[in-house]
Design a protein around this ligand. Sequence first.
Ligand code: SF4
Ligand code: SF4
Length: 129
Amino acid sequence: MESKQPMAENTARKGPRPSLIQSKPPRKRDPRLLAVIDQHGCTGCEACIVFCPVDCIEIVPNVPHAQFQQVVEVDIERCIGCALCSKYCPWETIPMFSYEEGIKQAPSLTMKSVCNQKTKEDTAPNPRF
Ligand code: SF4
Ligand code: SF4
């Protein structure tokens, strides 16, 4: 009999899915791999968006960095881990992780999020405590 693996908890979630992506429901089962865009190296060229077969790469609006065309992020609740975005990103800024590791890494690599993931600021220790 096949043993069931416990689902890893997505600790990057901060709240309910925002209205922008509510019509794009999460996948049915966890993938083996996850893509996480390292926004430190992203130029916003949008090439990855074209290659994603499940339309799970979102443009983050209102990012106040003049040097970026856009900032994009992977909705890690919809990514199926196919690695196409990682393969075709011209700036090699989409690492692929195991599912568990991707969940852990997403908050530090995703500086700005429209998919309501925790950002680096959210996860930093509060200096007042
Ligand atoms: S292809 Fe790479 S550099 Fe271009 S938007 Fe996607 S992650 Fe950013
Ligand atoms: S790994 Fe595949 S499904 Fe995930 S964001 Fe990249 S292209 Fe989309």
